[in-house]
Each structure stands twice: as C-alpha cells, then as structure tokens.
Write a protein that binds this ligand. Structure first.
Ligand SMILES: Nc1nc2c(ncn2[C@@H]2O[C@H](COP(=O)(O)OP(=O)(O)OP(=O)(O)O)[C@@H](O)[C@H]2O)c(=O)[nH]1
Ligand SMILES: [Mg+2]
Length: 219
C-alpha cells in the first residue's frame, strides 16, 4: 500500500464545477476522477458533503432521484463525480432511459477512472442492481471499492457482520469494502485515504522524476 495520507488532498476546497444532462456534453477528463455510483437514495450526495465537510454543496433529499445529472466537483486538482442514482422505480420510462444513457455513456468514455466508489446500503443485502453494478465494474476492469452507507443505523456488531456478508455476496475481499456514515463520520478518513492512494500515485512518480532530474543538474 502506498503511504499517502488524506492530508495531501484539501477536501474542504471543493467547488461545484458543472452538471451534465447527457453523456455527449461531458468534457474529456483533464484530471484524476473519483466516481460515486449507487442506487437512488443510497447516500451519494451526503457522502460527498461529508468528505468536503460542507453541508449542502451536493443537494441531498429524502425523496429519491434528487441528483438527475452528472455533477463534477473540483477538489484540489481532482474531479469527484456524483452520478445520478440508478434504480428509482417511480421515474418515467423516458427519464430512466436518459439516466441509463448518462451513466452508461460516462463509463463508456475514455476517462481517467482512478477510483469508482460503488455505494451500497449497509442495512440490507446488496440488491440486484448493486450486484449488477459491481459485476460491471469487475468486468470492465475499473478500479473500485464498495462503500457501505448509513452505518450509523446499525450497532457495531451488526455493522461488522453486514460488512462481511455483503463482501461475501459481492465476491470482493474485505480490503475492498469500507463501512461509512455520513451522519456520524464513520469511515470517512479511511475513504479519504483511499482516494488519495488512488489519485496521488501518478503525481508522486512525476515528482520523483523531477527530483531525479534536479539531482542530475546539481551534479
Ligand atoms: N442515517 C443516515 N442517513 C443518511 C446517510 N447518508 C444519507 N442519508 C439520508 O439518505 C437520504 C438520501 O441521501 P442522498 O445523499 O440525497 O442520496 P443520493 O444517493 O444522493 O440520492 P439520489 O441523488 O436520489 O441518487 C437522505 O434523507 C439522507 O439524509 C447516513 O450516513 N446516515
Ligand atoms: Mg444525490
């Protein structure tokens, strides 16, 4: 494991950059991207706000289907990407087709996929669409972790057993799953460290190369 710490990324500097309603509008990747995907209402926007320590930068709602566009946040040289939630049954057929185009279109593009965070509600077993999402990420070779949400709703024993059960169900190692709570802050520093690991490696290689070049010119 790399020894990067979350302190190397200033999450509080997050700014909303843009919202896209179709995949065609998406600009090419210019930075490492960390993507948040998951069912509608699982807690994607809440998790972003907690990472940023900003209450309402990403709009949160108890009504599913709040985020209907792909939203880019500029965070200290990275892009954090909030995808619209999938699987909300009560939207129209046309609206669902638009979401599928948007999410599928995003993953189809040549982008800097540094880390995909697949969010799953810790309280239940993974739903069919969660399983499909993880299969899709595995098959596509995307670097991903599963981020369990709403851990504050369970006691610590139940939290541990659900984490193990969902990892088993999804066929991923325990190291690839984190339990979080946006309400209480559980697991947020660990998630920040994972993001740093996934995004800062390239920078470090570059700075190592620069250091080596500097050393040569000094000789
Ligand atoms: N108790 C608890 N509630 C949470 C947590 N995270 C999110 N929620 C609640 O879950 C609901 C949905 O949260 P959002 O963050 O809007 O979910 P989303 O995944 O962005 O939803 P869409 O934009 O519809 O896809 C809200 O009522 C949040 O307050 C958490 O960690 N603990
Ligand atoms: Mg949202």
């Amino acid at each position: 494991m790399a020894e990067h710490t979350a302190h190397e990324i200033n999450f509080r500097s997050a700014k909303f950059e843009a919202a896209y309603g179709t995949a065609k509008q998406l600009p090419p990747s210019t930075r490492p991207e960390v993507t948040f995907a998951g069912r509608s209402n699982v807690g994607k926007s809440s998790l972003l706000n907690r990472l940023f320590e900003r209450k309402q930068l990403a709009k949160v709602s108890s009504r599913p289907g709040k985020t209907a566009t792909i939203n880019f946040y500029d965070v200290d040289g990275l892009h954090l990407v909030d995808l619209p939630g999938y699987g909300y049954a009560r939207v129209s057929h046309a609206e669902r087709a638009r979401w599928d185009e948007l999410i599928g279109g995003y993953f189809d593009q040549e982008r800097s996929f540094n880390l995909v965070c697949a969010l799953v509600d810790i309280r239940h077993e993974a739903q069919k669409l969660d399983v499909q999402m993880v299969e899709f990420l595995k098959e596509g070779g995307f670097p991903f972790i599963v981020v369990l949400t709403k851990a504050d709703k369970l006691g610590s024993n139940k939290m541990r057993s659900q984490r193990a059960a969902i990892a088993r169900q999804l066929g991923i190692p325990a190291s690839q799953i984190i339990a979080t709570s946006s309400a209480k802050g559980t697991g947020i520093d660990e998630l920040r460290a994972r993001i740093a690991d996934a995004c800062l490696e390239d920078d470090e290689d570059e700075s190592a190369a620069v250091d080596a070049a500097d050393a040569q010119t000094q000789e």
